[in-house]
Every structure is written in structure tokens, then in C-alpha cells.
Unconditional design. Structure first.
Length: 370
């Protein structure tokens, strides 16, 4: 059981930053460039993944939740989050990967509060056991106050090849944060054999891309290799009207490559093992694992109105989102996604290939479907 924080869940110096970008192409045709996966209810909760993320963070950050999204999705974010303070929606003119988005949030927070701690949590992840999540974030904040870049490393449940890993080192002895350990290195996605070795060793955690750090510390670490980017981000934070002119000059680079990996090599990164259920909902196969088996249709996971599904002897996932009846007969591990303008039929084994299918649609002149 997590240890309750004596001050309660709210962390006064924490601002939760939610990068809301990407198109989730492996979840096509539900997720598309104009309506990416974070805007959809993919768990049957009645809320989008973005809404679930913000609700999870409110007990920790209160109104200090800041969302970074693209111009194309800003109106939808405002509609889904009517309580979000207007000043806490940062709109980027175009996608530049995670580092510019999170770096912009850091530059804005640095101006608002030089002591601010930034916690970056993706808009499209599913997290179970929210009380454990909050307790581990509390530990991460205490370590961040010591000048460290802190990541939450997910306890692996299988030798996954679709995630990066963090190699865990010695305990750091941070007061009030007994689980905080040295992060020795970030490791790229391994093959199956290496992933099995990582998991069996007990010294590797999944890299879920969750980071907690003082805003000023993040910019300091970024400036060691990308000083011009930091200068540009601070200029935009000082004068938001300059973003249209300057944004395109920023390199496309992830926070892992720009900051986390070099900072780990310099001994500036800590990791908090995070033993809660987590999934990045990367494709329909992983989504099927998150959904309960349908009571009406044993063997199937149904995402959408169950009365639109007729099944005999099939297993897998059916998403009836086109308003039509979907019939499956004798198919194993099938994936059927029905939308008003496109129908996907595949198997769980081939779900990782959907990204390539979307590229094929673009190449053959069907951009309106992507």
C-alpha cells in the first residue's frame, strides 16, 4: 500500500504538463490526424484518454494543469476540457516532436515561477491504481527538487519489444522518497531475446516517457547540447506572438534523445519504479487486452454499441462505430473497426502493420481517410 503524503495529494509547486500530439496511426481508422487517439474514449469509461489523464492529475496539481497541443486540435481540447485555464493551453503551430512541446511548457513555467516543478505525462496513456501513481509522483517531485531529472519507470509485465527500457542502479537516499534510484541508462527498444533478458534480470523498467523535473533544470540540461533551442523557447515564452515566426526553426527531436539520454550519461537522472498498471494503447491488440470480454458476445471485446454486433464463434476485438451491424463468424483474434467512411478488417497479429497501411493510403491518394 502507498504511504499517504502528510500534506495530502496536492503538490503546490507541481505543474502537470500534458503533451497532446501525435496521430496514433496504429489505431486507424478510429484515430486519425484530425482526430487523434487522445480525443477518443478507448476504454469505455465515457471519457476520452485526454479527459482521463487530466482527471488523474487534478488531485496532484489542481488548476496547475498545462496542455500543449497543435493548432489543428486546440478547439477540440478546449471543448473537452472546459475547466482548463485559458493561459494553460499552449498551441504549437506544427508538430516538432516531444522536446520542443515540453520545452515550451518549461520556458513558460520558468517565467511564472522560477521554482516550478514540471511533471510531463502523455495525454493518451491508460494508468490503473491512481493512488499508487500519485504516491510515486510525490516521490519523483522530492527528487526533482534536488536538481534531478526523474522518470517513472514501469515495472515490466512481459518482455515487450515495443518499449524502451531504463537500467536501474543504486538507491539515492532522497529524503521522503525511498524508492528513488539512479537511472544508469536509457536503452532503445530491444529484440525479443534481449527483452527477455532485461525482464528476467530485474534491473530494467519500461520507459513510459513520464518525466518530473524543475522547469529551470530541464532547460539547463537541454542547453548543454541545444542552446539555440533554449534561447528560442525562452523568446517565445517572453513574447508568445513570436511563435509563428520561430517555431519552424526548432529541430524535431524527442525529450529522450535531447535530454534524458545525455543527462543519464552525466549522472543527472533518477528513476522511480512505478508498480501500477500502465499501457500506451499503441495498437488494437493492446487495446483488446484493456477491454473486458463482452457479456453479450463471449470471446469478443466490443468497443462501442454492443447491440450492433452479431457474432458466432469469434474472438478478438470489434469496434462498431459506423452505425451499422457488424457480423463475425468463426474468426479467431479478428479485429474489425467500422467507421462511417472506412472499415478495417485484420487480426491481432497484424495490428503493428496498420501504420504502414496508413502510409499506403496516403501514397495512393486517399489522404482524406488518414
Amino acid at each position: 500500500m502507498p504511504t499517504p503524503d502528510p500534506a495530502g495529494d496536492l503538490v503546490p509547486d507541481l505543474t502537470a504538463v500534458v503533451p497532446a500530439g501525435g496521430s496514433g496511426t496504429r489505431l486507424w481508422p478510429l484515430s486519425r490526424a484530425a482526430s487523434p487517439k487522445f480525443l477518443h474514449d478507448l476504454t469505455g469509461s465515457g471519457r476520452s484518454l485526454l479527459q482521463d489523464t487530466v482527471e488523474r492529475l487534478r488531485p496532484l496539481a489542481g488548476d496547475r494543469v498545462l496542455v500543449v497541443t497543435g493548432t489543428r486540435h486546440a478547439d477540440a481540447v478546449r471543448e473537452q476540457l472546459p475547466d482548463l485555464l485559458p493561459a494553460n493551453l499552449l498551441v504549437e503551430p506544427g508538430p516538432r516532436d516531444s522536446m520542443p512541446a515540453i520545452g515550451l511548457a518549461a520556458a513558460v513555467l520558468e517565467r511564472r515561477d522560477p521554482e516550478a516543478v514540471l511533471g510531463s505525462f502523455a495525454a493518451d496513456h491508460v494508468i490503473e491504481q491512481p493512488e499508487v501513481f500519485r504516491e510515486r509522483v510525490h516521490q519523483a517531485v522530492r527528487a526533482a527538487r534536488e536538481g534531478l531529472l526523474v522518470t517513472l519507470g514501469i515495472t515490466p509485465t512481459r518482455p515487450a519489444t515495443g518499449f524502451g527500457y531504463v537500467r536501474v542502479g543504486r538507491a539515492l537516499g532522497v529524503t521522503g522518497a525511498p524508492q528513488v534510484r539512479h537511472a544508469e541508462a536509457f536503452v532503445e527498444k530491444p529484440d525479443a531475446e534481449l527483452a527477455a533478458e532485461y525482464v528476467s534480470s530485474g534491473t530494467y523498467l519500461w520507459n513510459a516517457g513520464m518525466f518530473v523535473v524543475r522547469a529551470g533544470t530541464l532547460l539547463e540540461l537541454l542547453a548543454t547540447r541545444h542552446p539555440r533551442m533554449v534561447q528560442t523557447l525562452r523568446r517565445v515564452a517572453e513574447d508568445p506572438s513570436a511563435i509563428e515566426e520561430l517555431w519552424g526553426s526548432l529541430p524535431r527531436i524527442s525529450i529522450d534523445h535531447a535530454v534524458a539520454e545525455p543527462a543519464a550519461a552525466a549522472g543527472r537522472v533518477a528513476v522511480v519504479p512505478a508498480p501500477f498498471g500502465w499501457d500506451d494503447v499503441g495498437d488494437f491488440s493492446s487495446l483488446a487486452d484493456l477491454l473486458p470480454e463482452s457479456a453479450e458476445h463471449p470471446g469478443l471485446r466490443v468497443l462501442g454499441p454492443g447491440h450492433l454486433v452479431v457474432d458466432e464463434g469469434s474472438t478478438g476485438l470489434v469496434a462498431p462505430r459506423g452505425g451499422r451491424t457488424v457480423v463475425t463468424l468463426g474468426l479467431q483474434d479478428v479485429v474489425v473497426v467500422d467507421t462511417p467512411d472506412a472499415v478495417l478488417v485484420t487480426t491481432r497479429q497484424h495490428c503493428q502493420d496498420i501504420k504502414g497501411l496508413v502510409e499506403t493510403l496516403r501514397r495512393t491518394g486517399r489522404e482524406e481517410l488518414t
